[in-house]
Design a protein around this ligand. Sequence first.
Ligand code: ZN
Length: 177
Amino acid sequence: MVLEIRKYGDPILRKKCSPIVEITDEIRTLVADMIETMDAGKGIGLAAPQVGYPIRLFVLRNYIESPEGDLSFSDPHVYINPVLSNPSVKKVSDTEGCLSIPGIREEVERPLKIRIEALNLQGHPFMEEIEGYNARVRMHENDHLNGVLFIDRLDLRKRKKLESYLKEIQRKHSKSD
Ligand code: ZN
């Protein structure tokens, strides 16, 4: 089932999310719905608070680049109670967007590499050392679990430029649904 995506201005996007204590059928259903919602929105990552659940969970697909340079996407991956560590000193800028902030794409600076430890949907712990855009997606989604949005990471001048547009998203989505 495709879920409603909460948009900028919705207070749930600013919550610090709680750890998941047990992987129940409800969580499994939520994960399936989140993957469907992510794909329907043509996103490559989606965090639980974006669909109204303030819990530490996100889903994503990896970018896969063939030797010929063609891009495709991996099967979906599930991260429960993720912990990020070991950010590289080297930082890189690249373009990000967010299903909760439609219409805005901006360059964000983040570490090139990151380590992530989490549980999968079976409750098994795993660890990944990731770099490049796939690392960026994990950092972006993990930010959502702490109430942080990518626009918070822009410098003040860029952020100021977006202000009226952000207000417009907020206005549109607080009136209707
Ligand atoms: Zn996002």
